[in-house]
Design a protein. Structure first.
Length: 140
């Protein structure tokens, strides 16, 4: 029998964060552990998913609470992807910020990513009506 997934807003330990982010290949985040922990602590909303107490997923949002919410991270361990964990975390975040005018996120260009977010009501910015532009500036 599969272990049940439990969701909590309790922040994970740094070692758990490093393990989760590394497990999905997000090593740019784990190069500076103190910065990663500070970013988690500074988020407006963090929801974690645990299976048998192991951290298997996390979503975090940055928001002013009124006009914009930015889904900064949503990640699920490979073994638990396509099991509904990511969908459930995103649903909880969208419920939390349902009153907010704009909910924004950036993701990679995999078609599966596009399909995942479109099924949940997101529109790729190039397809938005009225037309929008998006800009990003990233440090390497």
């Amino acid at each position: 029998m599969n272990a049940q997934i439990e969701f909590s807003e309790r922040l994970p330990e740094l070692t758990e964060l490093l393990d989760l982010y590394d497990s999905v290949g997000w090593s740019a985040y784990t190069r500076d552990p103190a910065r990663l922990m500070a970013s988690i602590e500074g988020s407006s909303f963090v929801l974690v998913a645990r299976k048998s107490r192991e951290l298997v997923g996390l979503i975090r949002v940055i928001s002013d609470g009124y006009t914009i919410a930015y889904v900064q991270d949503i990640l699920v361990r490979a073994a638990d992807q396509n099991s509904g964990v990511g969908s459930r975390m995103l649903r909880r975040a969208l419920e939390r910020y349902g009153h907010v005018r704009q909910i924004v996120l950036l993701t990679d260009t995999e078609e599966s990513q596009r399909a995942f977010y479109e099924r949940r009501g997101f529109t790729e910015v190039r397809d938005h009506n009225p037309e929008l532009r998006s800009f990003v500036r990233m440090l390497r």
